[in-house]
Ligand binder design. Structure first.
Ligand SMILES: Cc1cc2nc3c(=O)[nH]c(=O)nc-3n(C[C@H](O)[C@H](O)[C@H](O)COP(=O)(O)OP(=O)(O)OC[C@H]3O[C@@H](n4cnc5c(N)ncnc54)[C@H](O)[C@@H]3O)c2cc1C
Length: 434
Protein backbone atom coordinates (compact mmCIF):
# COMPACT_ATOMS: atom_id res chain seq x y z
CA UNK A 1 0.00 0.00 0.00
CA UNK A 2 2.80 2.44 -0.76
CA UNK A 3 1.36 3.87 -4.00
CA UNK A 4 0.00 7.05 -2.44
CA UNK A 5 -0.41 9.90 -4.92
CA UNK A 6 -2.17 13.20 -4.57
CA UNK A 7 -4.63 14.51 -7.14
CA UNK A 8 -6.46 17.81 -7.34
CA UNK A 9 -9.64 15.87 -8.05
CA UNK A 10 -10.59 12.21 -7.81
CA UNK A 11 -13.68 10.93 -9.59
CA UNK A 12 -15.18 7.61 -8.54
CA UNK A 13 -16.76 5.90 -11.54
CA UNK A 14 -16.16 6.76 -15.19
CA UNK A 15 -19.64 6.54 -16.63
CA UNK A 16 -21.33 9.35 -18.57
CA UNK A 17 -21.44 11.71 -15.55
CA UNK A 18 -17.70 11.76 -14.92
CA UNK A 19 -16.83 11.63 -18.63
CA UNK A 20 -18.95 14.77 -19.03
CA UNK A 21 -17.08 16.30 -16.09
CA UNK A 22 -13.66 15.43 -17.53
CA UNK A 23 -14.67 17.15 -20.78
CA UNK A 24 -16.14 20.18 -19.02
CA UNK A 25 -12.99 20.74 -16.93
CA UNK A 26 -10.90 20.68 -20.09
CA UNK A 27 -13.25 22.94 -22.05
CA UNK A 28 -13.68 25.41 -19.21
CA UNK A 29 -9.92 25.92 -19.20
CA UNK A 30 -9.58 24.49 -15.70
CA UNK A 31 -6.25 22.97 -16.59
CA UNK A 32 -5.03 22.54 -13.01
CA UNK A 33 -8.08 20.44 -12.26
CA UNK A 34 -8.26 18.80 -15.65
CA UNK A 35 -4.59 17.75 -15.79
CA UNK A 36 -4.41 16.55 -12.21
CA UNK A 37 -7.66 14.66 -12.01
CA UNK A 38 -7.88 10.90 -11.65
CA UNK A 39 -11.00 8.89 -12.46
CA UNK A 40 -11.24 5.41 -10.93
CA UNK A 41 -13.54 2.95 -12.68
CA UNK A 42 -14.23 -0.58 -11.49
CA UNK A 43 -14.90 -2.03 -14.95
CA UNK A 44 -11.82 -3.21 -16.88
CA UNK A 45 -12.72 -0.87 -19.75
CA UNK A 46 -15.47 1.61 -20.53
CA UNK A 47 -18.91 0.17 -21.08
CA UNK A 48 -22.38 1.58 -20.55
CA UNK A 49 -24.84 -0.80 -18.85
CA UNK A 50 -23.23 -3.68 -20.71
CA UNK A 51 -25.52 -6.36 -19.31
CA UNK A 52 -28.51 -4.58 -20.84
CA UNK A 53 -26.87 -4.06 -24.23
CA UNK A 54 -29.58 -5.98 -26.08
CA UNK A 55 -30.37 -6.08 -29.78
CA UNK A 56 -32.89 -3.52 -31.05
CA UNK A 57 -32.67 -1.27 -28.02
CA UNK A 58 -32.59 2.47 -28.51
CA UNK A 59 -31.89 5.63 -26.58
CA UNK A 60 -34.81 7.07 -24.66
CA UNK A 61 -33.45 10.55 -25.07
CA UNK A 62 -32.45 12.71 -28.02
CA UNK A 63 -28.81 12.39 -29.11
CA UNK A 64 -28.67 16.17 -28.69
CA UNK A 65 -28.62 15.50 -24.96
CA UNK A 66 -25.17 14.00 -25.32
CA UNK A 67 -22.18 14.73 -23.06
CA UNK A 68 -21.77 18.33 -24.18
CA UNK A 69 -24.14 19.82 -26.76
CA UNK A 70 -26.48 21.67 -24.43
CA UNK A 71 -23.51 23.33 -22.74
CA UNK A 72 -21.23 23.72 -25.75
CA UNK A 73 -22.59 22.75 -29.17
CA UNK A 74 -19.17 23.60 -30.66
CA UNK A 75 -17.40 20.97 -28.56
CA UNK A 76 -15.34 18.27 -30.29
CA UNK A 77 -17.18 15.75 -28.05
CA UNK A 78 -20.64 16.14 -29.58
CA UNK A 79 -22.44 13.05 -30.84
CA UNK A 80 -22.47 14.73 -34.25
CA UNK A 81 -18.69 15.10 -34.28
CA UNK A 82 -18.39 11.46 -33.19
CA UNK A 83 -20.50 10.48 -36.23
CA UNK A 84 -18.33 12.68 -38.42
CA UNK A 85 -15.13 11.08 -37.07
CA UNK A 86 -16.58 7.63 -37.72
CA UNK A 87 -17.66 8.58 -41.27
CA UNK A 88 -21.32 7.88 -40.53
CA UNK A 89 -22.82 11.37 -40.32
CA UNK A 90 -24.63 11.28 -43.67
CA UNK A 91 -25.86 7.72 -43.06
CA UNK A 92 -27.11 8.64 -39.60
CA UNK A 93 -29.03 11.57 -41.07
CA UNK A 94 -30.69 9.12 -43.46
CA UNK A 95 -32.01 7.20 -40.45
CA UNK A 96 -34.12 10.27 -39.65
CA UNK A 97 -34.05 9.63 -35.93
CA UNK A 98 -33.13 11.42 -32.72
CA UNK A 99 -32.75 8.08 -30.95
CA UNK A 100 -29.60 6.13 -31.83
CA UNK A 101 -29.28 2.49 -30.85
CA UNK A 102 -27.84 1.87 -27.40
CA UNK A 103 -24.95 0.08 -29.10
CA UNK A 104 -24.11 3.23 -31.02
CA UNK A 105 -24.46 5.49 -27.97
CA UNK A 106 -22.21 3.14 -26.00
CA UNK A 107 -19.66 3.43 -28.82
CA UNK A 108 -19.96 7.23 -28.69
CA UNK A 109 -19.38 7.24 -24.92
CA UNK A 110 -16.42 4.85 -25.26
CA UNK A 111 -14.96 7.12 -27.96
CA UNK A 112 -15.31 10.14 -25.66
CA UNK A 113 -13.83 8.20 -22.70
CA UNK A 114 -10.83 7.15 -24.80
CA UNK A 115 -9.66 10.79 -24.90
CA UNK A 116 -9.00 10.61 -21.14
CA UNK A 117 -7.00 7.37 -20.96
CA UNK A 118 -4.11 9.04 -19.16
CA UNK A 119 -6.44 10.17 -16.38
CA UNK A 120 -8.45 7.01 -15.92
CA UNK A 121 -7.62 3.99 -13.84
CA UNK A 122 -9.79 1.08 -15.00
CA UNK A 123 -10.35 -2.13 -13.04
CA UNK A 124 -10.13 -0.17 -9.79
CA UNK A 125 -13.01 -0.50 -7.32
CA UNK A 126 -13.15 2.18 -4.66
CA UNK A 127 -14.25 0.64 -1.37
CA UNK A 128 -13.47 3.22 1.29
CA UNK A 129 -12.90 6.94 1.82
CA UNK A 130 -11.02 8.00 4.96
CA UNK A 131 -10.35 11.45 6.45
CA UNK A 132 -6.84 12.91 6.67
CA UNK A 133 -6.68 14.91 9.90
CA UNK A 134 -4.47 17.86 10.85
CA UNK A 135 -5.04 20.27 13.74
CA UNK A 136 -8.37 18.63 14.51
CA UNK A 137 -9.67 19.30 11.03
CA UNK A 138 -10.26 17.04 8.06
CA UNK A 139 -7.89 18.55 5.51
CA UNK A 140 -8.06 15.97 2.73
CA UNK A 141 -9.36 12.53 1.84
CA UNK A 142 -7.77 9.15 1.30
CA UNK A 143 -9.50 7.11 -1.37
CA UNK A 144 -8.91 3.36 -1.07
CA UNK A 145 -9.38 1.07 -4.04
CA UNK A 146 -8.82 -2.54 -4.99
CA UNK A 147 -7.61 -3.65 -8.42
CA UNK A 148 -8.71 -6.75 -10.31
CA UNK A 149 -5.65 -8.60 -8.97
CA UNK A 150 -6.73 -7.79 -5.40
CA UNK A 151 -3.97 -5.25 -4.78
CA UNK A 152 -4.97 -2.17 -2.81
CA UNK A 153 -4.11 1.43 -3.65
CA UNK A 154 -4.58 4.73 -1.88
CA UNK A 155 -4.82 8.17 -3.45
CA UNK A 156 -5.32 11.52 -1.73
CA UNK A 157 -7.38 14.49 -2.79
CA UNK A 158 -9.19 17.61 -1.61
CA UNK A 159 -11.99 17.17 -4.12
CA UNK A 160 -13.95 14.00 -4.65
CA UNK A 161 -16.68 13.54 -7.26
CA UNK A 162 -18.80 10.46 -6.70
CA UNK A 163 -20.64 9.32 -9.84
CA UNK A 164 -21.22 5.63 -9.29
CA UNK A 165 -24.69 5.19 -10.78
CA UNK A 166 -27.28 2.92 -9.21
CA UNK A 167 -27.18 -0.53 -7.68
CA UNK A 168 -29.85 -3.10 -8.54
CA UNK A 169 -32.81 -2.97 -6.14
CA UNK A 170 -33.66 -6.44 -4.82
CA UNK A 171 -37.18 -6.64 -3.31
CA UNK A 172 -37.01 -7.93 0.23
CA UNK A 173 -38.79 -11.25 -0.48
CA UNK A 174 -35.86 -12.19 -2.72
CA UNK A 175 -33.00 -11.16 -0.46
CA UNK A 176 -32.78 -14.54 1.27
CA UNK A 177 -31.83 -16.01 -2.12
CA UNK A 178 -28.70 -13.88 -2.47
CA UNK A 179 -26.10 -16.11 -4.11
CA UNK A 180 -28.67 -18.25 -5.95
CA UNK A 181 -27.62 -17.66 -9.56
CA UNK A 182 -31.11 -18.51 -10.83
CA UNK A 183 -32.42 -15.20 -9.44
CA UNK A 184 -30.74 -12.08 -10.77
CA UNK A 185 -31.23 -8.37 -11.35
CA UNK A 186 -31.64 -6.85 -14.81
CA UNK A 187 -28.30 -5.14 -14.16
CA UNK A 188 -26.68 -8.58 -14.64
CA UNK A 189 -29.08 -9.81 -17.30
CA UNK A 190 -26.83 -10.66 -20.26
CA UNK A 191 -24.22 -12.55 -18.31
CA UNK A 192 -26.74 -14.18 -15.94
CA UNK A 193 -29.11 -15.40 -18.66
CA UNK A 194 -26.14 -17.03 -20.42
CA UNK A 195 -25.36 -18.85 -17.17
CA UNK A 196 -29.02 -19.97 -17.11
CA UNK A 197 -29.20 -20.88 -20.78
CA UNK A 198 -31.12 -24.10 -20.14
CA UNK A 199 -33.89 -22.28 -18.24
CA UNK A 200 -37.27 -22.91 -19.86
CA UNK A 201 -39.70 -21.31 -17.40
CA UNK A 202 -38.68 -17.77 -16.60
CA UNK A 203 -40.40 -15.00 -14.64
CA UNK A 204 -39.68 -11.34 -15.37
CA UNK A 205 -40.69 -9.12 -12.46
CA UNK A 206 -41.22 -5.41 -13.13
CA UNK A 207 -43.04 -3.10 -15.53
CA UNK A 208 -40.35 -0.70 -16.72
CA UNK A 209 -38.28 -0.36 -19.88
CA UNK A 210 -35.78 -3.00 -18.76
CA UNK A 211 -38.50 -5.56 -17.95
CA UNK A 212 -40.10 -4.94 -21.34
CA UNK A 213 -36.79 -5.22 -23.21
CA UNK A 214 -35.93 -8.43 -21.34
CA UNK A 215 -39.33 -9.95 -22.13
CA UNK A 216 -38.78 -9.32 -25.84
CA UNK A 217 -35.21 -10.62 -25.63
CA UNK A 218 -36.35 -13.86 -23.96
CA UNK A 219 -39.16 -14.22 -26.50
CA UNK A 220 -36.65 -14.03 -29.35
CA UNK A 221 -33.92 -16.06 -27.62
CA UNK A 222 -35.61 -19.46 -27.94
CA UNK A 223 -38.93 -20.61 -29.29
CA UNK A 224 -39.66 -23.09 -26.53
CA UNK A 225 -39.15 -21.00 -23.40
CA UNK A 226 -42.15 -19.77 -21.41
CA UNK A 227 -42.01 -16.34 -19.87
CA UNK A 228 -44.33 -14.97 -17.20
CA UNK A 229 -44.33 -11.18 -17.28
CA UNK A 230 -45.33 -10.26 -13.71
CA UNK A 231 -46.42 -6.70 -12.96
CA UNK A 232 -48.15 -5.16 -9.94
CA UNK A 233 -50.14 -2.61 -11.96
CA UNK A 234 -53.27 -3.34 -13.97
CA UNK A 235 -51.51 -2.66 -17.24
CA UNK A 236 -48.29 -1.27 -18.67
CA UNK A 237 -48.42 2.44 -19.35
CA UNK A 238 -46.03 4.19 -21.74
CA UNK A 239 -43.51 6.83 -20.73
CA UNK A 240 -44.78 10.36 -21.19
CA UNK A 241 -42.23 12.15 -23.35
CA UNK A 242 -44.63 14.74 -24.74
CA UNK A 243 -43.08 18.19 -25.19
CA UNK A 244 -44.61 20.19 -22.32
CA UNK A 245 -43.93 17.37 -19.88
CA UNK A 246 -40.40 16.97 -21.23
CA UNK A 247 -39.60 20.50 -20.10
CA UNK A 248 -39.02 19.13 -16.60
CA UNK A 249 -35.78 17.67 -17.97
CA UNK A 250 -34.52 21.07 -19.13
CA UNK A 251 -31.48 22.21 -17.17
CA UNK A 252 -33.23 25.32 -15.82
CA UNK A 253 -35.74 23.07 -14.09
CA UNK A 254 -33.12 22.01 -11.56
CA UNK A 255 -33.39 25.42 -9.87
CA UNK A 256 -37.18 25.21 -9.87
CA UNK A 257 -37.19 21.77 -8.27
CA UNK A 258 -34.41 22.51 -5.79
CA UNK A 259 -36.09 25.68 -4.53
CA UNK A 260 -39.39 23.94 -3.71
CA UNK A 261 -40.28 23.01 -0.15
CA UNK A 262 -39.83 19.34 0.72
CA UNK A 263 -43.57 18.71 0.50
CA UNK A 264 -43.93 20.51 -2.85
CA UNK A 265 -40.92 18.68 -4.26
CA UNK A 266 -42.22 15.32 -3.19
CA UNK A 267 -45.58 16.05 -4.83
CA UNK A 268 -43.81 17.25 -7.97
CA UNK A 269 -41.68 14.10 -8.23
CA UNK A 270 -44.77 11.97 -7.74
CA UNK A 271 -46.71 13.87 -10.40
CA UNK A 272 -44.00 13.32 -13.01
CA UNK A 273 -42.92 9.81 -12.01
CA UNK A 274 -44.56 8.46 -15.15
CA UNK A 275 -41.83 10.08 -17.24
CA UNK A 276 -39.15 7.71 -16.00
CA UNK A 277 -40.39 4.84 -13.85
CA UNK A 278 -42.38 1.72 -14.80
CA UNK A 279 -43.07 3.18 -18.23
CA UNK A 280 -41.58 1.51 -21.31
CA UNK A 281 -41.61 3.24 -24.68
CA UNK A 282 -44.91 2.91 -26.54
CA UNK A 283 -43.47 1.02 -29.58
CA UNK A 284 -42.04 -1.60 -27.21
CA UNK A 285 -45.39 -1.98 -25.44
CA UNK A 286 -47.00 -2.42 -28.85
CA UNK A 287 -44.50 -5.16 -29.76
CA UNK A 288 -45.27 -7.02 -26.54
CA UNK A 289 -49.00 -6.68 -27.12
CA UNK A 290 -48.41 -8.09 -30.60
CA UNK A 291 -46.68 -11.15 -29.13
CA UNK A 292 -49.65 -11.89 -26.87
CA UNK A 293 -52.13 -11.23 -29.68
CA UNK A 294 -50.31 -13.69 -31.94
CA UNK A 295 -50.57 -16.33 -29.18
CA UNK A 296 -54.36 -15.93 -29.33
CA UNK A 297 -54.35 -16.23 -33.14
CA UNK A 298 -52.42 -19.49 -32.92
CA UNK A 299 -54.10 -20.74 -29.74
CA UNK A 300 -50.60 -21.43 -28.49
CA UNK A 301 -50.31 -19.82 -25.08
CA UNK A 302 -46.58 -19.83 -24.48
CA UNK A 303 -46.06 -16.70 -22.35
CA UNK A 304 -48.35 -15.18 -19.70
CA UNK A 305 -48.99 -11.55 -18.85
CA UNK A 306 -49.72 -11.57 -15.10
CA UNK A 307 -50.96 -8.07 -14.27
CA UNK A 308 -52.19 -6.89 -10.83
CA UNK A 309 -49.89 -9.54 -9.43
CA UNK A 310 -47.76 -9.31 -6.33
CA UNK A 311 -44.95 -11.68 -5.40
CA UNK A 312 -46.07 -12.50 -1.87
CA UNK A 313 -43.41 -15.08 -0.99
CA UNK A 314 -40.38 -16.77 -2.50
CA UNK A 315 -38.89 -20.21 -1.97
CA UNK A 316 -36.21 -22.19 -3.71
CA UNK A 317 -35.02 -25.78 -3.94
CA UNK A 318 -33.24 -27.93 -6.50
CA UNK A 319 -36.42 -28.08 -8.60
CA UNK A 320 -36.71 -24.35 -9.08
CA UNK A 321 -37.66 -20.97 -7.70
CA UNK A 322 -41.19 -21.02 -6.31
CA UNK A 323 -43.09 -17.74 -6.30
CA UNK A 324 -46.31 -17.28 -4.37
CA UNK A 325 -48.25 -14.91 -6.61
CA UNK A 326 -51.24 -13.00 -5.28
CA UNK A 327 -53.78 -11.33 -7.52
CA UNK A 328 -54.14 -7.83 -6.07
CA UNK A 329 -57.75 -7.50 -7.24
CA UNK A 330 -59.18 -10.85 -6.18
CA UNK A 331 -56.74 -11.92 -3.48
CA UNK A 332 -56.36 -15.31 -5.23
CA UNK A 333 -53.01 -16.93 -4.57
CA UNK A 334 -51.08 -19.54 -6.52
CA UNK A 335 -47.55 -20.94 -6.43
CA UNK A 336 -45.66 -20.91 -9.73
CA UNK A 337 -42.25 -22.50 -10.22
CA UNK A 338 -39.51 -21.16 -12.46
CA UNK A 339 -36.05 -22.15 -13.66
CA UNK A 340 -34.94 -18.51 -13.50
CA UNK A 341 -36.32 -15.20 -12.22
CA UNK A 342 -35.27 -11.80 -13.58
CA UNK A 343 -35.74 -8.86 -11.22
CA UNK A 344 -36.24 -5.79 -13.39
CA UNK A 345 -37.08 -3.94 -10.21
CA UNK A 346 -35.17 -0.69 -10.54
CA UNK A 347 -32.20 0.84 -8.78
CA UNK A 348 -31.10 2.21 -5.44
CA UNK A 349 -28.84 5.23 -5.39
CA UNK A 350 -27.48 5.36 -1.88
CA UNK A 351 -24.24 3.41 -2.17
CA UNK A 352 -22.24 6.60 -1.64
CA UNK A 353 -23.35 6.41 1.98
CA UNK A 354 -21.49 3.13 2.41
CA UNK A 355 -18.36 4.50 0.74
CA UNK A 356 -18.47 7.61 2.89
CA UNK A 357 -19.44 5.88 6.16
CA UNK A 358 -16.08 6.73 7.81
CA UNK A 359 -16.93 10.43 7.22
CA UNK A 360 -20.51 10.31 8.48
CA UNK A 361 -19.58 12.24 11.62
CA UNK A 362 -18.83 15.23 9.38
CA UNK A 363 -21.47 14.72 6.69
CA UNK A 364 -24.58 14.17 8.81
CA UNK A 365 -27.50 12.99 6.71
CA UNK A 366 -25.62 13.53 3.40
CA UNK A 367 -27.71 16.57 2.39
CA UNK A 368 -26.55 17.90 -0.98
CA UNK A 369 -26.47 21.62 -1.81
CA UNK A 370 -27.63 23.10 -5.11
CA UNK A 371 -23.98 22.98 -6.26
CA UNK A 372 -23.97 19.16 -5.80
CA UNK A 373 -21.64 19.39 -2.79
CA UNK A 374 -22.46 17.27 0.24
CA UNK A 375 -22.89 19.61 3.18
CA UNK A 376 -20.43 19.13 6.01
CA UNK A 377 -19.38 20.40 9.41
CA UNK A 378 -17.07 23.44 9.72
CA UNK A 379 -14.03 21.30 10.49
CA UNK A 380 -14.37 19.35 7.24
CA UNK A 381 -12.42 21.11 4.47
CA UNK A 382 -12.48 18.81 1.40
CA UNK A 383 -15.30 18.98 -1.15
CA UNK A 384 -17.38 15.97 -2.05
CA UNK A 385 -19.66 16.29 -5.07
CA UNK A 386 -22.41 13.83 -5.85
CA UNK A 387 -23.73 13.16 -9.36
CA UNK A 388 -26.70 10.93 -10.13
CA UNK A 389 -27.89 10.41 -6.55
CA UNK A 390 -29.71 13.71 -6.05
CA UNK A 391 -33.12 12.99 -7.57
CA UNK A 392 -34.99 13.79 -4.37
CA UNK A 393 -33.44 17.28 -4.18
CA UNK A 394 -32.53 18.17 -7.79
CA UNK A 395 -35.29 16.44 -9.76
CA UNK A 396 -35.95 13.53 -12.08
CA UNK A 397 -33.25 14.53 -14.56
CA UNK A 398 -30.51 13.83 -12.02
CA UNK A 399 -30.17 10.11 -12.80
CA UNK A 400 -30.45 10.63 -16.57
CA UNK A 401 -28.32 11.99 -19.37
CA UNK A 402 -30.47 15.14 -19.73
CA UNK A 403 -28.44 17.43 -17.49
CA UNK A 404 -24.96 15.86 -17.63
CA UNK A 405 -23.48 18.63 -19.73
CA UNK A 406 -24.82 21.49 -17.64
CA UNK A 407 -24.27 19.80 -14.27
CA UNK A 408 -20.60 19.17 -15.03
CA UNK A 409 -20.20 22.81 -15.99
CA UNK A 410 -21.77 23.84 -12.69
CA UNK A 411 -19.32 21.65 -10.77
CA UNK A 412 -16.49 23.16 -12.83
CA UNK A 413 -17.67 26.65 -11.85
CA UNK A 414 -17.56 25.70 -8.17
CA UNK A 415 -14.03 24.32 -8.55
CA UNK A 416 -12.98 27.50 -10.33
CA UNK A 417 -14.03 29.53 -7.34
CA UNK A 418 -12.34 27.29 -4.83
CA UNK A 419 -9.00 28.39 -3.60
CA UNK A 420 -6.79 25.38 -4.06
CA UNK A 421 -5.52 24.40 -0.65
CA UNK A 422 -2.46 22.68 -2.03
CA UNK A 423 -0.68 22.56 -5.34
CA UNK A 424 -1.75 19.41 -7.14
CA UNK A 425 1.07 16.90 -7.26
CA UNK A 426 1.12 13.63 -9.08
CA UNK A 427 3.86 11.55 -7.55
CA UNK A 428 3.11 8.13 -8.92
CA UNK A 429 0.67 8.54 -11.76
CA UNK A 430 2.02 5.63 -13.79
CA UNK A 431 1.27 3.20 -10.99
CA UNK A 432 -2.39 4.17 -11.17
CA UNK A 433 -3.19 4.66 -14.80
CA UNK A 434 -2.73 1.73 -17.17
C1 LIG B 1 -30.31 -0.12 -19.38
C2 LIG B 1 -30.33 1.35 -19.12
C3 LIG B 1 -30.62 2.22 -20.15
C4 LIG B 1 -30.64 3.59 -19.91
N1 LIG B 1 -30.97 4.42 -20.95
C5 LIG B 1 -31.03 5.74 -20.72
C6 LIG B 1 -31.40 6.64 -21.78
O1 LIG B 1 -31.69 6.21 -22.90
N2 LIG B 1 -31.44 7.97 -21.51
C7 LIG B 1 -31.13 8.46 -20.27
O2 LIG B 1 -31.15 9.68 -20.08
N3 LIG B 1 -30.78 7.63 -19.27
C8 LIG B 1 -30.73 6.30 -19.45
N4 LIG B 1 -30.39 5.47 -18.42
C9 LIG B 1 -30.08 6.07 -17.09
C10 LIG B 1 -28.56 6.06 -16.76
O3 LIG B 1 -28.46 6.24 -15.38
C11 LIG B 1 -27.79 7.16 -17.44
O4 LIG B 1 -27.89 6.98 -18.82
C12 LIG B 1 -26.27 7.19 -17.18
O5 LIG B 1 -25.72 5.90 -17.29
C13 LIG B 1 -25.89 7.83 -15.86
O6 LIG B 1 -24.48 7.97 -15.86
P1 LIG B 1 -23.61 7.87 -14.53
O7 LIG B 1 -22.20 8.06 -14.94
O8 LIG B 1 -24.17 8.78 -13.51
O9 LIG B 1 -23.87 6.40 -13.98
P2 LIG B 1 -23.42 4.94 -14.64
O10 LIG B 1 -23.61 5.02 -16.09
O11 LIG B 1 -24.15 3.97 -13.85
O12 LIG B 1 -21.87 4.92 -14.34
C14 LIG B 1 -21.36 4.73 -13.05
C15 LIG B 1 -19.98 4.11 -13.18
O13 LIG B 1 -19.40 4.00 -11.89
C16 LIG B 1 -18.73 2.75 -11.78
N5 LIG B 1 -18.64 2.42 -10.36
C17 LIG B 1 -19.66 2.12 -9.52
N6 LIG B 1 -19.19 1.89 -8.28
C18 LIG B 1 -17.85 2.06 -8.32
C19 LIG B 1 -16.81 1.97 -7.36
N7 LIG B 1 -17.06 1.67 -6.08
N8 LIG B 1 -15.53 2.18 -7.74
C20 LIG B 1 -15.25 2.50 -9.04
N9 LIG B 1 -16.21 2.59 -10.01
C21 LIG B 1 -17.49 2.39 -9.65
C22 LIG B 1 -19.59 1.80 -12.60
O14 LIG B 1 -18.87 0.67 -13.03
C23 LIG B 1 -20.04 2.69 -13.76
O15 LIG B 1 -19.17 2.60 -14.87
C24 LIG B 1 -30.36 4.10 -18.62
C25 LIG B 1 -30.08 3.22 -17.58
C26 LIG B 1 -30.06 1.86 -17.82
C27 LIG B 1 -29.78 0.93 -16.68
Amino acid sequence: MNNTSRFSLVGIGFGPSNIALAIALREQGLTDWANHALFMERQPEFSWHKNMMLENTHMQISFLKDLVTIRNPKSEFTFINYLHQKNRLADFINLQTFFPSRHEFNDYLAWAASHFKDQTSYGETVFDVQPILANEQVVALQVHSRGVDGSEKVVETDNLVISIGGGGYIPKQFRKLAGDTRVFHSNDYKVAIEANNTAKKIAVIGAGQSAAEIFMDLHGRADDNQVDFVIRANSIKPSDDSPFVNEIFNAEYTDKVFSKSDIEREAFLKEYRQTNYACPDLPLIEQIYGVFYEQKVRSHYRHRFLSSTEVAAVDADENGIHLTLTNRKTGDTKVCSYDAVVLATGYVRDQHKTLLAPLSKYLGDFTVGRDYRIQSTEDFKPNIFLQGACESSHGLSDTLLSILAVRSQEIGEVLKQLKQTSTPQVTDNTALVD
